[in-house]
Structures are given as structure tokens and as C-alpha cells.
Design a protein around this ligand. Structure first.
Ligand SMILES: Nc1nc2c(c(=O)[nH]1)N[C@H]1C(S)=C(S)[C@@H](COP(=O)(O)OP(=O)(O)OC[C@H]3O[C@@H](n4cnc5c(N)ncnc54)[C@H](O)[C@@H]3O)O[C@H]1N2
Ligand code: MOO
Length: 423
């Protein structure tokens, strides 16, 4: 996240409000202060390692390539045998998977890409530079020693670092480790994350008038799972401080991070802070100069960090990306990725009230002549609806003091990543 840019020089016109709110920068510091890197590790088969985080550096146990082999389909030969000649007898064919063999003196062997180089050969002539006459081959362009040979160990030596510690394992890492014959990897235990919703209005079955479905909990469970957490669904808790405190009592030692949504603002039923304290927890920070997501709360309960997200669903989505993803990254000892690292320009005009940094869904509409993404703003900054997100390619952010956006204004955004990719 370009936090400095986001919060620098606030000139909000609602200062009374802003003085009670943390900047996004301070809120992130507060969020991260509640979590510490997990120290437990486990070995997992490579087949299940996607999305896990390496516990230590992974090193090659063998040099690569494992043996001298051909980079091309063609003919393996000894260059000296061509001295004054352009035609050699073909002594046989060697394909990938064949065991290495000897190259008879004065002969060539037909060879396919990846096949072990016959012992004695010092070059491969690609098939395009030869005329294959089945029992003999006519070489049209004389090779140099070493041509089209991938030498054993030329890509990497034994002990070469393949992955750094605290790397989130992606598909290409699985390919690299597989290529090295590594079939298990030591990873950090998954962060244990629990999610609950609050609200008497939330109903999972048939709904009475005034009731609505719970959308935050399924979304948070999905986001957390996508980010590599081991998730627990704690269900819906009623709008009641005592019942919530009772439900929270003692659970802090089972999780690394507990997420709630709702009941964190100013109303009479906004009891999360009270319930957390009654359950033995601590509130370490509350209210951020952020839209949506102003009432976010950072706390602890036993060993767990407790992040109280607001009830409005888009505020939940934003709070997860701005604060919870970095908390998960810190738990995994991984790099804290910027929230909105990609430069872009606005393709829209917008006059807004300054005072809070603002996150909004955007669609990638085009690229300008310099290759910068041109973003269209979706929706009207209503934190109660997720609809504009449905057609969005990502989230953009503007700093708290931003009043006016016009076409061409520089922006920073976070393109949505494919499922399973945190950063
Ligand atoms: N007097 C003030 N009122 C409000 C303020 C304020 O500063 N002063 N802040 C507003 C902002 S900003 C937000 S965001 C909301 C957040 O309020 P709460 O976190 O206390 O959330 P609730 O009141 O419980 O719910 C808000 C809204 O979201 C709906 N909701 C709640 N949980 C879910 C869920 N799991 N799935 C779907 N929808 C949910 C709930 O029904 C409400 O409509 O407060 C403003 N008010
Ligand atoms: O923070 Mo609220 O989410 O602005 O609506």
C-alpha cells in the first residue's frame, strides 16, 4: 500500500471526526502489532503444498541438469570426426528416457531433445542443418564443440537455493521443486482463523420481515481460505454483549486471529468492544480514517489477535484486504505486500468529501499511450452493497485529502489476484 501517499497531508473538513480516527498507516501498524510469526512447522507432500508458506529456504539436493543432454532434435557427433567430411554414418537413435550409451568412433547418432548425450559426442547438429539419409547423415553446417548441449549442472549446483524462507508456494514453485525431485516441503503451520457475525437481523434459513442473509461470514471464510488460513466458522452471535462475551470466553487460545463483523460502531447494539473486554480481551485501537471501514477495531483475546470489522459488507471486504491480509502475512513471516501497488490513471471525474482515505471498486477500461491502466470507478461509495465489486477488476485507493479526481489523475490500485494468491 502506498500508505504515505494515502494519508499524507490530510486537509479534511470534518476534523472533529478525524482527530478521533487513526490514519490508515497507523491502523496497519496497530493491526500488525497484534500478531507474531507462527513458529510451528510441518512437512507436507508437494501435491498439497500450493498456497503454503515455506518454513526455511529450500535447496537443491542434486545438480541440474542431472546429466548432459541434447537441447535439440538432431544428430550427436564428435566435431573432430567431421574433419574434411560432411557425411557420417548413423549408428542409432537415442531418445529422452534412454540410458546414456557410447558414440562409436567416426559415427553420428540421431538424438531427440532431452535425450542423454552419447559418451564421446561433443556437439548436436539440429535436424534443420542436416539431410537425414536414414543410414547416414549429411551435415550442411559444421557445428562447434558444445553446440546444443545442456551440460550437467549448468543450470544449478547442489545446494542452490530454490526458494527463500517464507515464500508462498505458487504453481511455478511446485514445478521447480518437482523438477528437482523434491516431493515434500517443510512449511509453516496454517494460521488458525475464526470468523463470526453479529446481528439479530441475520438469518440463514427462511427470513421474517426485517431479516437479511449473512453475507459477511461466507465472504470472510472464503477470503481467509483463499489466503491460506485454516478457517473455523463460529456462526452468528446475537446482538447481546453478555451472550457474545460468553461465546468468546476462553476461545482466544485456539486461534491466531479472530474476525468479527458488525456491532463495532456507535449504536446502542454495537457491543463488540464491550464483549471483548468482558471476555478478558483488550481493545488496542478503534476507528480508522477510512471509507468504507471507519469503525474497524484491533484487539487481542488470549493468544489471538481480534480484528473487529464493520457490518457493512463492502467495509468488510476492504478491511480484510487492508488489515487482515497483512496480519496473515505477518503470521506466516511473509512480506507485507502493499495494498495498492500498481500505478494507473483515472478515466472518470469525481468530487469527494475529504477526511478519510477511500477505497472503491474499479474496472480496467483501457490502457493509455504510455501503457498505464485507465480505471473506471464502479458504484457510488455505498458500503452496504457488494454489487459494484461483481464487475470489478480490483480496488483503487485515494488519500484522505483527495477532493477532486478528473480523467488522467494518477491513482494506485490493487488488481484482484487469481484465487489462492495473497499478494
Ligand atoms: N452514529 C453513527 N452511526 C454509524 C457510524 C458512525 O460513525 N456513527 N458509522 C457507520 C459506518 S461507517 C459503518 S461501516 C457502520 C458499521 O456499523 P457496525 O459495525 O456497528 O455494524 P452493524 O450496525 O452491526 O451493521 C451495519 C450494517 O451491516 C449489516 N450487516 C451486519 N452484519 C452483516 C452480515 N454478516 N451480513 C450482511 N450484512 C450485515 C447490518 O444489517 C447493517 O445494515 O455503522 C454506520 N453507522
Ligand atoms: O465505514 Mo462505513 O463502512 O463508511 O460505511
Amino acid at each position: 500500500m502506498h500508505i504515505a501517499r494515502v494519508t499524507a497531508g490530510c486537509s479534511c473538513d470534518s476534523l472533529a471526526d478525524a482527530t478521533e480516527m487513526m490514519s490508515v498507516t497507523d491502523a496497519l501498524v496497530r493491526a500488525l502489532a497484534q500478531v507474531a510469526p507462527i513458529t510451528e512447522t510441518e512437512s507436507v507432500p508437494l501435491a498439497t503444498a500450493l498456497g503454503r508458506t515455506t518454513a526455511g529456504a529450500v535447496r537443491a539436493t542434486e545438480a541440474m541438469p542431472f546429466f548432459d543432454n541434447s537441447a535439440m532434435d538432431g544428430f550427436a557427433l564428435r566435431c573432430a570426426d567431421l574433419d574434411g567430411r560432411c557425411c557420417l554414418p548413423v549408428a542409432g537413435t537415442i531418445a529422452a528416457g534412454d540410458a546414456p550409451c557410447d558414440l562409436p568412433a567416426g559415427a553420428a547418432m540421431r538424438i531427440f531433445t532431452g535425450a542423454p548425450l552419447p559418451l564421446g559426442a561433443d556437439a548436436v547438429v539440429m535436424v534443420e542443418a542436416c539431410v537425414d539419409k536414414t543410414t547416414k547423415v549429411h551435415i550442411e553446417r559444421a557445428p562447434a564443440v558444445g553446440d546444443n548441449i545442456r551440460r550437467a549442472g549448468s543450470d544449478q549446483a547442489v545446494g542452490q537455493k530454490l526458494l527463500d524462507a517464507n515464500t508462498r508456494i505458487a504453481a511455478h514453485h511446485i514445478g521447480l521443486l518437482s523438477a528437482n525431485g523434491i516431493d515434500a516441503v517443510e512449511v509453516i503451520r496454517k494460521p488458525r482463523l475464526a470468523v463470526f457475525s453479529t446481528g439479530d437481523e441475520l438469518q440463514s434459513g427462511p427470513r421474517a420481515p426485517g431479516q437479511i442473509p449473512d453475507s459477511n461470514r461466507p465472504m470472510l471464510l472464503a477470503l481467509a481460505r483463499e489466503a491460506g488460513a485454516d478457517v473455523t466458522d463460529l456462526g452468528i452471535l446475537p446482538d447481546d454483549a453478555a451472550a457474545t462475551a460468553e461465546a468468546l470466553h476462553g476461545i482466544g487460545d485456539r486461534y491466531d486471529l479472530i474476525l468479527s463483523s458488525g456491532a463495532v460502531s456507535m449504536g446502542g447494539k454495537d457491543h463488540i468492544r464491550e464483549a471483548l473486554i468482558a471476555a478478558g480481551g483488550t481493545v488496542h485501537g478503534w476507528r480508522v480514517a477510512l471509507k468504507p471501514g471507519k469503525p474497524v477495531m484491533f484487539g487481542t483475546l488470549g493468544a489471538a489477535a481480534f480484528t473487529g470489522l464493520p457490518g457493512n459488507p463492502f467495509a468488510v471486504h476492504v478491511g480484510f484486504h487492508l488489515f487482515v491480509l497483512p496480519q496473515l502475512a505477518r503470521l506466516l513471516g511473509a512480506r507485507i505486500a502493499p495494498f495498492a501497488p500498481v500505478p494507473a490513471i483515472a478515466g472518470f471525474a469525481w468530487s469527494r468529501k475529504p477526511g478519510r482515505a477511500e477505497v472503491f471498486p474499479v474496472r480496467l477500461a483501457a490502457y493509455d499511450e504510455a501503457g498505464l491502466p485507465v480505471l473506471e470507478r464502479l458504484g457510488q461509495s455505498v458500503s452496504a452493497t457488494l454489487l459494484p465489486l461483481a464487475g470489478a477488476d480490483g480496488l483503487a485507493i485515494v488519500p484522505a485529502d483527495c477532493r477532486e479526481i478528473s480523467p488522467g489523475t494518477p491513482l494506485f490500485w490493487r488488481p484482484f489476484c487469481p484465487a489462492g494468491d495473497v499478494t
